[in-house]
Ligand binder design. Structure first.
Ligand SMILES: Cc1ncc(COP(=O)(O)O)c(C=O)c1O
Length: 388
């Protein structure tokens, strides 16, 4: 069978390989402590499930949705943005429903990237930005995120000849995989930079509701004038423990949102209507569940970071996300450390270089497991004499 050449450009998705490795170990009887994929282990809040059950009993739920999303859903998104960020969005043309934000992020390059165009992409980053830029025929230009730069891209270092071909600038704060955050000043710089160079600024805000120690992440759309050049992607996945429900949204610049909606109307028929309607309950109902989640993850973060620091690491507690970005001990690589902790301790972590070359020297640990399991992982490392 002769496959299209474009398929050879993309690797198997990172987590497919990791899941295979885990399965193999579990089959051998290993009690794996899994810090792999960022999939909340906590249940979807009961009031959202209740709403979903009610909707499923209606005839309406079974019909084709619109790919852009039910107007009621888009209105709920707009209200949520107003309440959370003081950002005004017109539900008619500044909000589009997505089948999870991955879907929208993956399709966006097809709307803006012609062969040879460049997308500016943080390194390391969520793999979809780079892979789907490549699939669209574009060239990713990587912006290294390093500890020395507080994991912020140094926009002023992008060469002029790259900028001439650049169409998109991706940013993602709070950040996967580094757990880094940015302040409003950085967002202002990114907006100014995008304006100056005629770029569409693509902000991925999937983790905005996972800020700790009182920190509340900002939307790029809070920056005056941002709507002229920015589209923002968000999702109910992490905020409401709804990863499997596949529901998210793209908001902001109406031309960009409209382009995505046009593409989508030719590719998919939208998110399951019942999920959209239940998502309204999530966005407009009590937000106590969001606060409860935050507390849970904050507590887990403390157990892991304090535990690792007791073994010689010197990691600052990240201010957001459920990702801990852990440097590997001297003399090790991301791959060798990943293999060592898996073989010696049955602990599954993700090698940092899976998110881009600048992730080399780190592993990512997602704290999507109970405190007791996290504490046990620290104990296993200690027993195996593994430290920094
Ligand atoms: C940075 C980032 N953006 C987007 C997504 C996609 O989330 P979803 O498609 O579930 O909305 C993820 C998922 O892990 C992510 O880490």
């Amino acid at each position: 069978m002769k496959k299209a050449k474009r398929l050879a450009l993309i690797p198997p998705y990172l987590f497919v390989k990791i899941e295979e490795k885990k399965e193999e170990l579990v089959k051998r009887g290993v009690d794996v402590i899994d810090f792999g994929i960022g999939d909340p282990d906590l249940p979807t809040p009961a009031h959202i499930i209740k709403k979903m059950r009610e909707i499923l009993d209606t005839k309406e739920a079974a019909n084709y949705p619109t790919s852009k999303g039910e107007f009621a859903f888009r209105k709920a998104v707009s209200k949520w943005y107003q309440k959370r960020f003081r950002v005004e969005l017109n539900p008619r043309d500044e909000v589009c429903c997505l089948i999870g934000s991955k879907e929208g992020l993956a399709h966006l390059p097809l709307c803006f990237i012609d062969p040879g165009d460049v997308a500016l992409i943080p390194d390391p980053s969520y793999p979809v930005y780079k892979i789907c830029t490549t699939l669209a025929g574009g060239e990713p230009h990587l912006l290294p995120l390093t500890a020395a730069n507080d994991f912020l891209p140094q926009l002023e270092k992008v060469p002029a000849k790259v900028l001439k071909k650049a169409k998109l600038l991706f940013i993602n704060y709070p950040n996967n995989p580094t757990g880094a955050v940015c302040d409003k000043k950085f967002l202002e710089q990114a907006v100014a930079f995008a304006k100056k160079h005629g770029l569409l600024l693509v902000s991925d805000l999937a983790y905005s509701e996972m800020g700790y120690d009182g920190y509340q992440p900002n939307s790029v759309l809070e920056i005056p004038g941002a709507k002229e050049i920015a589209i923002e992607f968000h999702s109910l996945s992490k905020t409401y423990n709804m990863t499997g429900w596949r529901i998210g949204m793209a908001v902001g610049n109406k031309e960009a949102v409209g382009a995505l909606a046009t593409l989508k109307s030719n590719l998919d028929s939208g998110a399951f209507k019942a999920v959209q309607l239940a998502a309204i309950e999530a966005l407009s109902g009590s937000q106590q569940c969001v606060e409860d989640n935050r507390r849970t993850f904050e507590g887990r973060r403390n157990v892991l970071i304090d535990g690792l620091n007791s073994l010689g690491w010197k990691i600052a507690r990240p201010k957001a996300t459920f990702y801990m970005w852990v440097p590997v001990p001297q003399g090790e690589t991301s791959a060798s450390f990943t293999e060592r902790v898996l073989d010696k301790c049955g602990i599954l972590v993700v090698p940092g270089n899976g998110y881009g070359p600048s992730g080399e020297g780190y592993v990512r640990m997602a704290i999507t497991l109970p405190k007791e399991r996290i504490a046990e992982a620290v104990l296993r490392l200690k027993k195996a004499g593994i430290g920094f």
